[in-house]
Design a protein around this ligand. Sequence first.
Ligand code: GAR
Length: 204
Amino acid sequence: MSERVIGVLASGRGSNLQSIIDHIEGGYIKNARIGVVISDRASAYALERARRHGIEAVYINPHAYPTKEEYEQKVLEVLEEHGVELVLLAGYMRIVGDTLLDAYEGRMLNIHPALLPAFRGLHAQRQALEYGVKVAGCTVHFVDREVDHGPIIIQRCVEVREDDTEETLSARILEQEHKIYPEAVRLYLEGKLKIEGRRVRVLE
Ligand code: GAR
């Protein structure tokens, strides 16, 4: 069977990217490779992580394009050039538009550091602390046309402790992110995810 090709979009430090790389290299995610990592930020450490593992790393400057459509058209071109089947958003801090979704809806996943539908958008962990919830967590979901909204694949909870700060809570959530994202990718590649409306059935 030919290797499946994953593309990753990342804007920052890339620890979720690293977790996917490690789970591929360690054999947990089988018969797949990351074909390309694309970042909208030149300084994203995710690009460096990719290069260190011999993965092509591409910076695409959104400001070099007159419209979001044209920027996304370029991203799409690079994904397609690399034969990408599955796109993973890993700390990609842009709202995905129609150009990418028309091509990849149902084949694009995102990880968000909250138990959706709570605390969508930026600084989810801070939002959780400020709201006063007693459990927080993370979600892997299919990407749809609303932000942090598509059908949910896996969620994991962590407790919120009395002395938590945004940093300590984020770290505890991140540990779980690094587990559930590879798990979701594996399920996807094994053909075990079936979307029925908002529900994702995990086939055994
Ligand atoms: C992660 O916590 C991820 O869940 C979050 O950004 C961080 C990226 O870290 N994503 C979002 O908030 C998207 N709405 P990383 O670059 O180390 O993977």
